[in-house]
Write a protein that binds this ligand. Sequence first.
Ligand code: G16
Length: 543
Amino acid sequence: MEHSYVDSRPIAGQKPGTSGLRKKTKVFMQAHYLENYVQAIFDAIGGAEGKTLVVGGDGRYFNDRAIQVILRMMAANGAARAVVGQNGILSTPAASNLIRQRGTDGGLILSASHNPGGEDEDFGLKYNTPNGGPAPEAVTDRIFVASQAMVRYRIAETQDIDLSAIGETTLGDMAVEIVDPVVDYAALMERLFDMDAIRGWIADGHSIRFDAMHAVTGPYARAILEGRLGAPEGTVVNGTPSPDFGGGHPDPNPTWAKTLYDEMMGRDAPDFGAASDGDGDRNMILGRGVYVSPSDSLAVLAANATQAPGYARGLAGVARSMPTSAAVDRVAEALGMAAYETPTGWKFFGNLLDAGKVTLCGEESFGTGSDHLREKDGLWAVLLWLNILAATGKSVAELMADHWRTYGRNYYSRHDYEAVETEAANGLMAGLRGKLDSLVGSTARELVVTSADEFAYDDPVDGSRAEGQGIRIGFEGGGRAVFRLSGTGTEGATLRVYLERVETDPARLDQDPQEALAPVIAAADAVAGIRELTGRVAPDVVT
Ligand code: G16
């Protein structure tokens, strides 16, 4: 087989963000763009020679063509084996599972997650390390450096390879193993959960609605919920993946999964509702008439995880990203567990999970997971919730009410201002950074500022330090506002404002979060000058 060296040159901006490199699809489709980045990944991990890598993606537009390029580059760079999802499809959690189960040298995941797909939308690619998790910053920094030193890449000159038939084939000297994307993942779920109890709960007449948002989780949810657990056909909606996610935005939150949200708030709502995102790692949980915020979901799962066989021995500890509410910390304190606070990005949980310091972790951005993988896992969260509902016999609303009575309620909301002019967003953050010291003791609308800093994280396992991870403002009475710029957007800047306030008065646990948080919202705007500096009067997305 012919291998070619193709002359190239560094392409600006190939810097991985919160989770891999995400750009407009057309940017990825430019000559040499994908190739440079893939070669940079290989160069950063000591070459692909002799390595086995898992390769798969969420099936978005350009997935099929990009995967062919990646396989040809692996072959030309001397890789020994590619383990590929049938038709190039693997959910992010399934890819993480395969990397771990096969003990591979890592994997390449083609996804821009919850970002829309299509020729005019977004594409992404990330490298996961042999532990199955997203590459840590030391590795992504090396990838960026390699991309900026690129002079040529290697690619095999061959025809496309047929990825439709399960089995083994070759590409030059490289073995290509095409696997069923669902089977190994479903088997893992069966080991963790009391499937009989969930099956019984469904057979008793409890109903579920799962919205796969035209994305990759459809086949997984159908196989597990409708197949193995016996939920009626039609339980999974929007279950056929499409390259542009049905023209939608595959982000499971009340804004983008509005149809499901509205159904769950209606009179004839099912007992349990959930949605997952483009690549299957995020989840949104709902009960009849109740929306469970991701931060609360993490806390409820931590408090009740021992109901599931996979966690019956108890949890070693829990971790959450800094902007996630402290609801899970209250559970950890009550149960005598360690609680860790990390920067945004699942990659920061990897060391804690590998070291056995935590069993469960989660983020406000609709991600929850455990030590079963090194990625967040949407369907896993759904199954753990179902296991808890089946084991306790309580409804989602009852579980939430009990939880808040026991631990107090961390009212929480995130306000996103999308596609803000980059300069304005950077200016707002720089302005805040510049006045951190003078803020303490000042009054913002009705609230006195009691603390103000920029979050930095010292990894307790490898000692690495991550700085500039979000600005935290604490207010009198326990309120908090956090300001961060998204690391996953592809257009301008997205300003995220995370708002929180804890309430322990049993008579005040039933408020609308926006109302309960109104003083913190007003104070946050006053401190940061959001309206003046961005020209925006209201957030684009409220979760
Ligand atoms: C990615 C990361 C998450 C992170 C989220 C939000 O999620 O994997 O760990 O919390 O981005 O990041 P940001 O606030 O920077 O946009 P996903 O689901 O997009 O892979």
